[in-house]
Design a protein around this ligand. Structure first.
Ligand SMILES: CC(C)(COP(=O)(O)OP(=O)(O)OC[C@H]1O[C@@H](n2cnc3c(N)ncnc32)[C@H](O)[C@@H]1OP(=O)(O)O)[C@@H](O)C(=O)NCCC(=O)NCCS
Length: 221
């Protein structure tokens, strides 16, 4: 069901191991008995109106469970938690009731693609988008996410998906998602210029190879 990749990104002169798990098949909409879910996740699952949304949501949790099992961490001792406040939704975190050293985690889903990324010692962000989501190209819409210089590099739905996933992965690593204006970041290849704060932490970015007509990227912060 999933492909495992290891990526090593340079961040401030040091290397950080990033594990990425990718699924191109969606799990059933009902969670298996053995999968522990936080109360918040149970409530979210029950609220989905579309079966596909529930399946993408659960597939992402199953990728996390696979990661934890592989790392030898008991599933019963870990929950994926998120904080929602007046500012919006914050980056989810893995929390242990024991003394496990857990990685930062990031999730993304689009159509039948679901991706989870894990990193120790850095905040990770991941994004996947089906190329079909950008077809036909809507340049007016894209200009809300891409700077004029970035727009010059977009000629096809695939170009748009490549750029969008890089940007969203970076925004997720920072932890604010689109609560930060995407125009506050500009990508020059895989170099990221940040205009949001002069004291902003460095970002490292890498594309991911996913099967089929989709783009994906992972970022560290
Ligand atoms: C985060 C966000 C970019 C996701 O975009 P999307 O294209 O709809 O969805 P994706 O499938 O790529 O990613 C969804 C995942 O992002 C993660 N996520 C949610 N909020 C996040 C945040 N602030 N930072 C990083 N990741 C976040 C969740 O794990 C979510 O998966 P889940 O719903 O299965 O738990 C978008 O929902 C967003 O910008 N939300 C607003 C964030 C906000 O209000 N922040 C203010 C407080 S910091």
């Amino acid at each position: 069901m999933s492909i495992e990749l290891m990526h090593l990104l340079g961040l401030d002169g040091r290397n950080v191991d990033v594990e990425v798990r990718i699924s191109t098949e969606l799990a059933p909409a009902v969670p298996p008995d053995w999968l522990p879910l936080a109360d918040d996740d149970r409530a979210r699952l029950a609220a989905f109106r579309r079966e596909g949304d529930a399946r993408r949501f659960l597939t992402a949790r199953l990728l996390i469970a696979e990661h934890l099992r592989f790392a030898g961490v008991p599933l019963s001792e870990v929950r994926l938690l998120r904080r929602v406040d007046t500012a919006g939704e914050w980056k989810p975190v893995l929390r242990s009731t024991g003394s496990w050293q857990l990685p930062s985690v990031s999730l993304s889903h689009s159509d039948s693609w679901v991706v989870a990324a894990f990193a120790h010692g850095a905040e990770v962000g991941v994004d996947v988008e089906a190329h079909a989501a950008f077809d036909p190209l809507d340049r007016a819409m894209l200009s809300h996410a891409f700077t004029p210089r970035e727009m010059l590099t977009v000629h096809s739905p695939r170009d748009a998906a490549d750029l969008f996933t890089c940007k969203e992965a970076a925004l997720k690593a920072i932890g604010f998602g689109f609560a930060i204006d995407p125009l506050a970041l500009e990508l020059d290849g895989y170099r990221v210029h940040r205009f949001d704060s002069s004291e902003a932490r460095a970002l490292a970015l890498s594309p991911l190879t996913v099967p089929g007509a989709a783009s994906a990227a992972v970022a560290l912060c």
